[in-house]
Write a protein that binds this ligand. Structure first.
Ligand code: HEC
Length: 290
């Protein structure tokens, strides 16, 4: 195999191994980044919902305390405020959702689906667990859900969620006595589940990956072409000429022709030495002839 073949095969081999390793590691980093980005989005929405809950308890409830005595106003209920505002939010961002899923909800619309119930059961088993992240496929693409446990840490919650007789009668009129009762202090009764689409971040990750790897391949191709041109003019061509000349010298057809030496690299110093060798050889031959 010629010098060019060996050079190209070894360079290509190194590049291929490097490209495979680079692809695996960079894809992992880019995909992890996309996932982190989506989790951050979900955490932002959760924080927003918690803020709405707090605002409702601290600002709205005291304001409407008088009116609530005569007529039950769900607007003063943190769960109602958080889910209503998030429903409006989902009008602008349709694939984003927020749910306060409960095993035994006051509002049947908040009943946990089997998958959500499994998440709640996990929180109930391990009270130290504060977040569960899950992904699932939907017709609209992969979605990621970040869930947080909803634990009854405040005894005041039980006025409406322990027994129907303790709850405001006006609330029973609206919601009935069957649902959302029997909750106990420190019990995990549900989970705040924020679901965020992943396809936007995943598509972005894909295009970053393709651009990055495409760039690396392009740079390699340009480097290969440049190195091959350099190899041809600086090494292969002069060596081939020297080899032809050596053949001619050995068969006595060389005459007085010499290499034109240009530059100061190793090849031109070899050409210089070759010229000297040829000169001394021909003068030695002349001496032999005389
Ligand atoms: C004044 C009565 C009242 C109090 C006090 C109250 N809730 Fe509720 N809660 C409700 C009502 C009514 C709903 C249903 C709201 C709706 O229709 O969205 C509800 C809904 C919820 C939900 C959503 C699941 C479901 O049952 O529909 C959660 C979770 C919840 N409450 C937790 C709490 C916690 C935690 C506290 C204490 C910080 C609390 N609640 C205090 C009346 C109350």
């Amino acid at each position: 195999m010629g010098l060019r073949g060996k050079f190209n095969i070894s360079l290509f081999g190194v590049f291929l191994i490097g490209l495979v390793l680079l692809s695996v590691f960079s894809w992992q980093i880019i995909r992890d980044n996309a996932r982190t980005e989506v989790i951050n989005e979900a955490q932002l929405i959760t924080a927003e919902a918690i803020a709405v809950r707090g605002y409702t308890v601290n600002e709205i409830q005291p304001l409407l305390a008088e009116q609530s005595k005569s007529r039950f106003l769900p607007h003063t209920i943190p769960a109602f405020a958080a889910t209503s505002t998030q429903r409006d939010f989902s009008k602008t961002f349709p694939n984003y959702s927020y749910k306060e899923a409960a095993l035994n909800p006051t509002n049947p619309g908040h009943r946990a689906s089997p998958e959500e119930a499994a998440i709640i059961e996990e929180f109930r088993k391990d009270l130290t667990k504060k977040t569960i992240i899950t992904t699932r496929e939907t017709p609209a693409g992969t979605v990621l859900s970040v869930s947080r446990p909803m634990q009854i840490t405040n005894g005041a919650c039980l006025s409406c969620h322990s027994v129907p007789s303790a709850a405001p009668a006006s609330m029973i009129d609206v919601y009935g006595p069957a649902n959302g009762f029997g909750w106990t202090l420190n019990e995990v009764i549900g989970a705040q589940i924020v679901t965020v689409p992943m396809h936007v971040a995943l598509n972005r990750a894909n295009s970053i990956f393709v651009t990055f790897i495409g760039g690396v391949v392009l740079i390699f191709a340009v480097v290969m072409v440049l190195l091959n041109i350099l190899l041809h003019f600086a090494v292969i061509r002069p060596i081939r000429a020297m080899s032809d000349m050596a053949v001619k010298v050995s068969t006595g057809e060389a005459g007085d022709a010499e290499f034109v030496v240009s530059g100061k690299d190793e090849i031109s110093s070899l050409a210089q030495s070759f010229n000297r060798l040829k000169r001394s050889l021909s003068s030695a031959m002349k001496m032999l002839e005389t």
